[in-house]
Design a protein around this ligand. Structure first.
Ligand code: ADP
Length: 183
């Protein structure tokens, strides 16, 4: 069975097989967790991203999709870059589906790579403006569903959410409790 765990901390410190990056569609780096991953992981990650852009994603990686690169100097094997949706109240249902897709696709890519441990940040909950409680609920529901599927559960030992700051941690803790009460 896959363990779902929460910690408050910096995702660039995590010794896991896959670190997921909340990238933007250009794949060419940005602020927030993306900036931290490229800073700490070094230029190899950006080189891989550039190659991927040139070979597959000339128009950018679509929102909700995920793609893997080296993790450079991070204490991980791969970075899986996923593009979260910007929060927009009027379009919430469609965008919530895209946010869920970020988690499901990232896990699929991680499992295909043979990863046993995966660390996620709170995708879209920073500059992209997604309210934390809602972002946490979507993240945990999607991951819980994915790891219950045959083929994923067998391969993955741990999916870890690495939350930056006490507010994010508290939101995920509450969402995990709510999930436990529903199942
Ligand atoms: P997005 O553009 O998808 O909103 P951000 O990077 O702005 O992405 O924020 C996503 C989440 O990642 C936010 O909760 C932010 O606080 C968090 N974050 C920023 N830096 C780090 C880090 N080094 N480790 C883990 N989480 C981080």
């Amino acid at each position: 069975m896959t363990q779902i765990t929460l910690i408050e901390g910096d995702i660039t410190d995590q010794q896991v097989d896959v670190v997921v990056n909340a990238a933007n569609s250009s794949l060419l780096g940005g602020g927030g967790v993306d900036g931290a991953i490229h800073r700490r992981g070094g230029p190899e990650i950006l080189e891989d991203c550039r190659r991927l852009r040139a070979s597959h994603y000339g128009k950018g990686l679509p929102t909700g999709r995920a793609v893997a690169t080296t993790a450079g100097r991070l204490p991980a094997h791969w970075v899986v870059h996923t593009v979260g949706p910007v929060f927009l109240e009027e379009d919430r249902p469609a965008r919530a589906a895209l946010l869920a897709s970020c988690y499901a696709e990232s896990l699929r890519v991680a499992v295909d790579l043979g990863a046993r441990t995966v660390a996620f940040p709170a995708v879209s909950a920073g500059v992209y403006g997604w309210p934390l409680e809602d972002a946490a609920r979507i993240a945990l529901t999607t991951v819980a569903e994915a790891v219950a599927e045959e083929g994923v559960a067998g391969g993955l030992a741990e999916v870890r959410f690495v939350l930056f700051g006490g507010g994010a941690y508290a939101a995920f803790e509450q969402a995990l409790r709510d999930l436990g009460q529903r199942s």
